[in-house]
Design a protein around this ligand. Structure first.
Ligand code: ZN
Length: 256
């Protein structure tokens, strides 16, 4: 919350001016603070996938699922405050959000990273706000982000519907904006397939997630970014990668 409010101040925007908070999905690191944020944003409503709204209004289930997937990391996020129902807005596929001055944000449902994940496209400026549909990018290095329950086909078809939009710029929820968006979407696709293959084979052989992370590091030099992280960030990234491996492994075992 302090980071968010500070960033808004730097942009010269007061929290009281915010009309709409758009959630790409409702994992805790994206939506856990939204109920608290609204206390600083008296005018704001919250837009999310229509299947996600009930969890924002009553976060008990979301919280239980997060503790199950994230363990101690979930506890670090702290309590999740509910969003009042009259401040929730349902996002539909291909909905256009009017930003004024002839500019729209289009909603594109992109399940995979999460069942309720959506991406946003600004057609006028060619900017894709991809959430985690194209993975995570740390200092330019891209990694897969597939916590359980993960479905390969859904994730691939989500990427496949973003590529024809021909975005120029891609904004990763984690972290930053980059040019060459179509190439980055293709990279996310091929990386997902190669990780899926490696993790699937290794998990069928009974390798542990930790061993599989070692295998991925041998096959994907992008993971060298792990060596330059501070201890806290490394711990977080390591846990997220183990989650990603668990998601890929479970999915690969189900697919046989
Ligand atoms: Zn997420």
């Amino acid at each position: 919350m302090p980071n968010l409010l500070f960033a808004l101040t730097k942009l010269g925007i007061g929290p009281a001016e915010i009309d709409l908070v758009i959630l790409t999905h409702i994992h805790l690191d994206h939506a856990g603070g939204v109920g608290s944020a609204l206390r600083h944003m008296p005018r704001a409503r919250v837009l999310a996938h229509n299947q996600a709204l009930k969890h924002l209004a009553d976060p008990a289930k979301l919280w239980q699922a997060s503790v199950k997937t994230l363990g101690d990391l979930a506890l670090q996020y702290g309590d999740v405050e509910p969003v009042p129902e009259d401040r929730l807005v349902a996002a539909d596929d291909l909905m256009a959000i009017d930003l004024g001055a002839g500019q729209n944000l289009e909603v594109h449902l992109t399940p995979g990273h999460a069942a309720h994940h959506l991406s946003l496209f600004d057609r006028r400026d060619g900017i894709l706000i991809a959430g985690e549909a194209a993975g995570v990018c740390i200092d330019g290095a891209v990694r897969v982000a597939t916590p359980p329950p993960f479905r390969l086909e859904e994730t691939l078809s989500s990427i496949d519907r973003l590529i024809p939009l021909e975005p120029e710029t891609i904004c990763y929820a984690h972290f930053g904006a980059y040019g060459g968006a179509v190439g980055r979407l293709r990279l996310a696709r091929s990386k997902l397939l190669s990780w899926y293959k490696i993790v699937g084979a290794a998990s069928r052989e009974g390798r542990t997630p930790e061993e599989i992370l070692g295998l991925l590091r041998q096959n994907d030099a992008d993971l060298d970014y792990l060596d330059s992280l501070d201890r806290y960030t490394y711990g977080r990234e390591h846990d997220m990668l183990i989650n990603t491996i668990n998601g890929l492994g479970q999915s690969a075992r189900q697919d046989g």
